[in-house]
Design a protein around this ligand. Structure first.
Ligand code: ZN
Length: 437
């Protein structure tokens, strides 16, 4: 068998074994059996910690010896530490393993007005957090963020930093390493990775805010097995992150999911993207504020104030938010009809009023379903900024952890079967790679 066909086969096999891998380039570069096993063990420890080696072997279906080799390596690399000792009626007392929470990630939630910079441990727990006014251009932004990040690293001398994850209110084109579409930020096309890596010496990962929220759900949510899902982020604009067949959809130029800029009315109000009548001019926080101002001459509250007014029973604020809910629902028709997700998760300040606004949106979603049952619709458990920051944590972690969800039962069996079906030369390679771990 030629080298090329072996590589093609290996990629194909690894694809089937990595249902949670997010980019095909990762499959091609890190999709070895050793990496897959390591990812399975790391993710099992992450989700089930503290956990014994025996349970790791039992749940993953990997051999005890393989689990021991991998965990020893993870302990040497300081990803994993010994936790408490278990108690059994007799026999040996198992030592439980857990992630080393001294390993940390710097995360940035870049927003049009205020940017949040935080330090998180590997479990997505935030150790410190600061807000900074967002500078007017990317050059000043890179300088300011670098200074702040260096200061935050210096204030945590006990932590080992793995990298920087950044959620951006725009689309990141990985092939060009630039943020290419961020109409609400009003920065021109920019490269944030280069200057920040140079200034901090840490690896930088960027992702669109809606995609970051998808990662937050997949990594830190309670799903044992991820479903086809869309995450709709509603703030200054409206973003959609699409998770389908275990993959984040990025599309050409990283632009998949820009439903917010699909025009619903070509003669509607002007949008920040330059077009008219886009979905987000009817459904965003800004839309609700516009609705409110149309009905009163009082000088404007911000969106949080508007929510407070509505919570206090203010009729005009309530009406404005009702129109916003209908605006969200209108656009959901194209999302649901086009993508048919199993679950829809909403991220946004407006979800504080979910009891009032949620049913309007759920009704529109249900009305969009052509055949069969409607998808589950729910607000995200985390606050919007926390969701985006957690997604930024996952961005960095997925480089080390590989697949986000542990393979169990049938998935693990499928992975092993795929391995056994490799051509003979492949099996030899895989065995050698496994032993090397
Ligand atoms: Zn637009």
């Amino acid at each position: 068998m030629g080298g090329e066909s072996w590589n093609a086969r290996r990629r194909q096999t690894c694809d089937s074994m990595q249902p949670m891998t997010f980019t095909h380039s990762e499959v091609a570069t890190s999709g070895t059996a050793r990496d897959i096993n390591r990812g399975i063990v790391l993710n099992l420890i992450r989700r089930r910690q503290p956990i014994s080696r025996a349970d790791l072997a039992r749940i993953s279906g990997l051999q005890r010896s393989t689990v021991s080799l991998i965990t020893e390596q993870l302990i040497r690399e300081k990803w994993v530490i010994y936790g408490s000792t278990g108690r059994l009626p007799r026999g040996r007392r198992p030592t439980f393993l857990q992630l080393n929470d001294r390993r940390a990630i710097l995360v940035v939630d870049l927003r049009p007005t205020t940017t949040t910079i935080a330090v998180s441990d590997v479990n997505g727990r935030f150790l410190s957090q600061e807000g900074v006014p967002t500078p007017p251009d990317p050059h000043k932004g890179a300088t300011k963020f670098s200074e702040k990040i260096r200061r935050m690293i210096a204030s945590h001398p006990d932590l080992v930093f793995e990298g920087i994850g950044i959620s951006v209110p725009g689309r990141f084109d990985a092939s060009r390493q630039r943020v290419i579409f961020a109409p609400n930020l009003k920065w021109p096309e920019f490269d944030l990775r280069g200057p920040l890596e140079k200034a901090t010496g840490l690896h930088v990962e960027l992702e669109n805010a809606a995609n970051a929220c998808v990662l937050a759900e997949v990594w830190f949510g309670h799903m044992e097995k991820p479903r086809d899902m869309v995450v709709v982020t509603v703030s200054e604009g409206v973003g959609v992150g699409i998770f389908v067949n275990g993959l984040l959809a990025r599309g050409l130029n990283g632009m998949a999911g820009e439903f917010g800029h699909v025009p619903l009315d070509l003669s509607g109000p002007r949008c920040s993207c330059g077009r008219q009548g886009c979905w987000e001019v009817y459904a965003s926080d800004r839309a609700a504020l516009r609705y409110y101002h149309e009905s009163t001459s009082s000088n404007g509250p911000n969106f949080r104030d508007l929510l407070l007014l509505a919570e206090g029973g203010d009729t005009l604020a309530t009406k404005a938010l009702d129109r916003m809910a209908h605006g969200i629902g209108r656009g959901m028709r194209m999302v649901i009809t086009g993508l048919s997700p199993e679950e829809v998760v909403f991220v946004g300040e407006f979800t504080r009023l979910w009891d009032r606004m949620g049913p309007v949106i759920e009704a529109e979603v249900a009305a969009s379903v052509l055949v069969g049952k409607a998808p589950r619709v729910r607000p995200a458990a985390a606050e919007p900024s926390v969701a985006r920051l957690r997604g930024a944590v996952a961005l960095v972690l997925q480089k080390h952890f590989g697949p986000a969800a542990p393979m169990r039962g049938r998935d693990a069996a499928n992975a092993r079967r795929a391995m056994s079906e490799l051509p003979a030369v492949g099996r030899t390679k895989v065995r050698r790679m496994t032993l090397r771990t």
